[in-house]
Design a protein around this ligand. Structure first.
Ligand SMILES: *Cc1c(COP(=O)(O)O)cnc(C)c1O
Length: 480
């Protein structure tokens, strides 16, 4: 039963906001924001009394103020700012996947003002938006043409709807994946108005399974990279080349959804093979195009190391079909993304990925070089912070190459409350993201940019020494 006496003790928004406990917030936020939190807090408090689950013994103002402070923490923590990724997860989706190259960042700044997004400056004529990126992609991958959309999920949607609407697409049962965030392929097919024709079994699918399923209803055959899960043991799947060869008539679109966008051209395949042997078996853009896939899809912000976008490469006739789709306008890229993508593609073309793209630097750093950096950090921290340099394993992340580990080194921080230390590091500015393992906090240096090494050491020292750390009700996670 609601307690009318207690309901009457709830202060008004005005009175609550006059509390001196809220003065610091009053300096940081507009009045309307504080009113919004105060109303929310009062509503929660009133609900609590009405449910009578627990009669508040505390002074209502104190309870309400702590609710407002909690709301402010959630609000401020959601604001996007730069963070240091010491998790060892190279493509951390929660941390924005690929950090951009300096050159790409500069081009975003240049494009942010007035810029020739749809004009060739030397002819003064109108250009197709993204034309320069398309030209760069054709040079880089030897594809005939390309289109750009918001992300690879949009690319999948766009391709299915433009190529196969009201018709059938054949796909192996082993490839009906959920990519994440509830993006499940069967649902995508449904919403694109495409019927799904599943073939094979979970573990084995052969070329003849596809061949016997082809009929006059078939618009496309699609291969989807497993990306975030791994199949091993008694498994078979045709290669993209075998699927291309199967379609003698060229009437069916052979679609290859690669996801990670590992270019895998001769130079990269050779240079990266020694440190990252698993990349040899990663389906590459190069392999897909040279096998003759009609449409090849991948993300811009995974192994390509660029901004979030979806890249669709392919044969001219199929790409033209996409360009005519009414969805194109809804999915086209923003000028900031185009500017960053241009710079990223130039870097690949110039063969400078390893030196200029942060993702590629992270991938190719040798364990010995990482160990050196760890020792430097450790010398900055000891003896005031109790830490050790330890071997550890980084991973690709971003739903790419699950289970593949990369040998690395990290700093192990000993602490009585590792979860609290990790939370403190996270709440610091700059925010540091660590891994909590075996009752200690681990900072994997592979994913920490070299320029941030000393900043990181400084953050750790401040968080570590800023005692006392008390077990309060912080919502702590290991954040990996
Ligand atoms: C990651 C991935 C996607 C989704 O890409 P986004 O750019 O995140 O939309 C689609 N397909 C595959 C195979 C992927 O790995």
């Amino acid at each position: 039963m609601p307690d009318p006496i207690q309901l009457r003790t709830i202060p008004s928004v005005d009175r609550l906001l006059r509390s001196e406990l809220l003065e610091p917030l009053g300096l940081l936020y507009p009045h309307s924001t504080l009113v919004m939190w105060a109303r929310g807090a009062i509503e929660e408090y009133r609900d609590k009394i009405q449910r009578a689950e627990q009669l508040p013994k505390e002074d209502p103002v104190k309870d309400l103020v702590s609710r407002i402070i909690a709301k402010e923490r959630i609000y401020a923590g959601a604001k996007i700012r730069a963070v240091i990724n010491a998790t060892g997860v190279i493509l951390h989706t929660n941390l924005g996947r690929a950090p951009l190259a300096k050159r790409a960042v500069q081009r975003i700044v240049d494009a942010a003002g007035t810029a020739n997004v749809e004009m060739n400056l030397n002819t003064g004529k109108r250009n197709h938006r993204g034309q320069h990126c398309v030209d760069l992609l054709c040079q880089l991958t030897k594809c005939e043409d390309a289109v750009l959309v918001n992300n690879c999920a949009a690319a999948t949607m766009m391709v299915l709807q433009s190529v196969a609407s009201h018709r059938e697409v054949i796909i192996s049962r082993s490839q009906l994946v959920e990519i994440g965030g509830g993006f499940r392929l069967p649902d995508v097919f449904r919403s694109a108005g495409v019927s799904l024709r599943e073939v094979g079994t979970t573990n084995r699918t052969y070329v003849h399974d596809y061949e016997t399923a082809i009929s006059e209803k078939t618009a496309a055959v699609m291969r989807v990279h497993h990306s975030n899960y791994k199949m091993s043991g008694f498994v078979t799947e045709p290669t993209i080349a075998e699927l291309v060869q199967m379609d003698k008539s060229n009437a069916i679109a052979i679609i290859d959804d690669l996801g990670s966008g590992w270019l895998g051209n001769a130079k990269q395949a050779k240079e990266y093979a020694s440190t990252l042997p698993f990349l040899i078996s990663e389906p590459s853009v190069h392999a897909s195009i040279s096998a003759g896939a009609d449409l090849t899809l991948f993300s811009g912000d995974k192994l390509l190391g660029g901004p979030q976008c979806g890249i669709i490469l392919g044969k001219r006739n199929w790409v033209q079909k996409l360009k005519k789709s009414p969805l194109m306008r809804a999915m086209r890229l923003d000028k900031l993304v185009l500017a960053a993508l241009e710079a990223t593609l130039e870097i690949h073309l110039e063969g400078r990925a390893e030196t200029e793209l942060p993702i590629h630097r992270m991938l190719t750093q040798t364990p010995a070089a990482i160990k050196n950096r760890c020792e430097h950090v450790s010398s900055l921290l000891n003896p005031s912070v109790c830490c050790r340099v330890v071997e550890c394993e980084s991973q690709i992340g971003g739903g790419s190459m699950p289970g593949e580990k990369i040998e690395s080194f990290g700093i192990n921080l000993e602490h009585r409350h590792p979860n609290l230390l990790a939370a403190k590091l996270r709440e610091n500015n700059p925010s540091v993201h660590a891994r909590v393992t075996n009752q200690s906090v681990l900072l994997d240096m592979r994913t920490v940019p070299e320029t941030m090494t000393e900043v990181l050491a400084d953050c750790v020292r401040r968080c570590y020494l800023d005692e006392p750390i008390t077990a309060d009700d912080h919502d702590v996670h290991s954040d990996v």
